[in-house]
Write a protein that binds this ligand. Structure first.
Ligand code: FES
Length: 265
C-alpha cells in the first residue's frame, strides 16, 4: 500500500496526488508510468508519472475523474492509501538534443508532458509548449511549463484564455514561423490523431504518448494492443511513446470505445 502524502486540486475534476513510492521515485525516467488500483477488486488504471522527489521518496500523479475508478482515486485524501501501485512501467522517453521541440498537450495529457518538457529543455533544446483546454479553468501546469521551457502558448476552445482555437492551430502557428525539428504530443487520442496529421503534412517527426486501456501492464493480456506501421504493438511494454505518423489512430479510437456502454452502467 502506498500512502498519499499530499493532494492538490487543479480543477474540479483534476487532482494532483503526491504518493510515497521511494523505489519508483529513484528509478523512474520521463515517459514512465505506473498502474494503480484502489480497493481489492478495483480497476487497474495506468497513470504517467508526472514528477518525482527522490529526497522525499514520492512520485506525483495527476488524475482526471472521468469514470468510476478514476473518481475513486480522485476522492482519496492525504493520509489515505492506494491499494496497489506498480511501476515504473513502459519505455522511457528518448531524450536528445534535436533543436526545436514543440510539445503539444491537451486535457490531462498536460501532466505527463511536463517531465518530457523538462527533460528536452535540460538536454539543451529550444522547447515550445502548446497547452490546450476546453476552457480557462481546465488549463493546468502553465507556470510549471513556463519554468521549464522557452515559450508556452495556451489555446482554449472557447477563447476564455490564451488564444481561441485548437491545439493544432497553436502547433501550426509555430511551424509557420520557425523550423520545428520534433513534435511530442500527449492528450486525448483524437487530439493526437489530428496533431499527427498536421505534422505529417509538414514532415516533422512526431512522437505520441498513447493512453490505451491496460490491465496487467506487462505485455501479457493484450488489452493495450495497437497497430503501428502495420505491426501489432503493446503500449505497456513497447510504448507508451510511438512514431505518431505510424500509429493507426482510428483503430485505437475504436478499441478505446469498446467498453463505453459498460463503463456508463
Ligand atoms: Fe496487458 Fe499491455 S496491458 S498487454
Amino acid at each position: 500500500m502506498n500512502k498519499i502524502v499530499s493532494k492538490e486540486h487543479f480543477s474540479a475534476n483534476v487532482v494532483k496526488l503526491e504518493v510515497e513510492a521511494p523505489l519508483i521515485a529513484r528509478s523512474r525516467k520521463a515517459g514512465h508510468f505506473v498502474i494503480v488500483k484502489v480497493g481489492e477488486k478495483g480497476e487497474r488504471i495506468p497513470l504517467t508519472i508526472a514528477g518525482a522527489d527522490t529526497q522525499k521518496g514520492t512520485i506525483t500523479l495527476v488524475i482526471q475523474a472521468v469514470g468510476g475508478s478514476s473518481k475513486k482515486i480522485c476522492d482519496l485524501n492525504a493520509g489515505d492509501y492506494i491499494t496497489d501501485l506498480v511501476g515504473p512501467l513502459g519505455q522511457a522517453t528518448h531524450i536528445e538534443k534535436v533543436g526545436t521541440v514543440v510539445c503539444a498537450g491537451g486535457g490531462v495529457g498536460v501532466a505527463p508532458l511536463l517531465p518530457i518538457v523538462e527533460a528536452f529543455h535540460k538536454a539543451g533544446n529550444r522547447v515550445i509548449v502548446v497547452l490546450a483546454a476546453r476552457t480557462k479553468d481546465l488549463v493546468i501546469l502553465e507556470d510549471q511549463m513556463k519554468a521549464n521551457s522557452d515559450e508556452v502558448i495556451v489555446m482554449t476552445d472557447d477563447g476564455s484564455y490564451g488564444t481561441k482555437g485548437l491545439v493544432t492551430n497553436g502547433v501550426e502557428s509555430v511551424i509557420n514561423r520557425e523550423k520545428v525539428d520534433l513534435c511530442v504530443t500527449i492528450g486525448p487520442a483524437v487530439m493526437m490523431k489530428f496533431v499527427s496529421a498536421l505534422t505529417k503534412k509538414y514532415e516533422i517527426p512526431t512522437v505520441a504518448s498513447l493512453n490505451t486501456i491496460m490491465v496487467d501492464g506487462t505485455g501479457m493480456c493484450g488489452a493495450c494492443r495497437i497497430t503501428v506501421g502495420g505491426k501489432t504493438k503493446f503500449v505497456c511494454v513497447d510504448g507508451p511513446e510511438f512514431d505518431a505518423h505510424q500509429v493507426d489512430f482510428d483503430e485505437m479510437l475504436m478499441r478505446l470505445s469498446a467498453y463505453k456502454d459498460i463503463e456508463k452502467k
